[in-house]
Design a protein around this ligand. Sequence first.
Ligand code: HEC
Length: 200
Amino acid sequence: MWKKLMQILTKSTPVEKEEDVMLDHNYDGIKELDNVLPPWWLWLFYFTILFAVIYLIRYHVTGDWTSDKEYAEEMAIAKVDVDEYLKKSGLNIDASTVVLKDDAATLDAGLQIFTKNCIPCHRPDGGGLVGPNLTDNKWIHGGEINNLFTTISNGVPEKGMQTWKGTLSAQQIQQVASYILVKLKGTNPQNPFAYPGDPK
Ligand code: HEC
């Protein structure tokens, strides 16, 4: 069985018949046999020719498969992953995509952030102290969620409102802005601060 297989793959000439394929030249006693090319090698060779032809046509003629295309496909797959990750982690929020959220988890997180960072200037009730009253309807920089997101992210450093985007994540800014608009706005705290810059 093994021998037969080897015979099919190599088509080698048995030793007894070597005389038949012996060539008549002789290099210093070294003789040469005119063996046929072994089929295993020939098949491999044909296969590489076929491969090269198909490769050449696909890569250079029809252009339906190129490394540029493969790269673009890989990048598209990676982009889906990255987008998903950003969405999950809340990092893809910016001023144009931010939405007002009023679920308990957001408002609670917003309260924590506000208490930790904002009350020295805006007071716990949002009535204002150094910074303006955040509970009324008068906004210097606009009262939509997008406006608050921008104001809090970039701050107004020349007026004493710091830039928060290095300290708070985009998601945290969304949370604190939502907290202001849902929980503080419209609450009429006592002695609200008349911030000089507030629009009339
Ligand atoms: C050091 C004081 C200070 C701190 C701390 C501070 N702010 Fe301010 N904030 C200000 C001042 C001053 C302004 C007014 C800027 C201006 O005149 O344009 C302001 C303005 C704002 C405005 C815009 C109000 C409007 O009328 O458009 C928002 C919103 C705001 N702050 C939110 C926050 C939040 C949220 C935090 C905490 C993460 C915070 N601020 C922390 C001082 C502060």
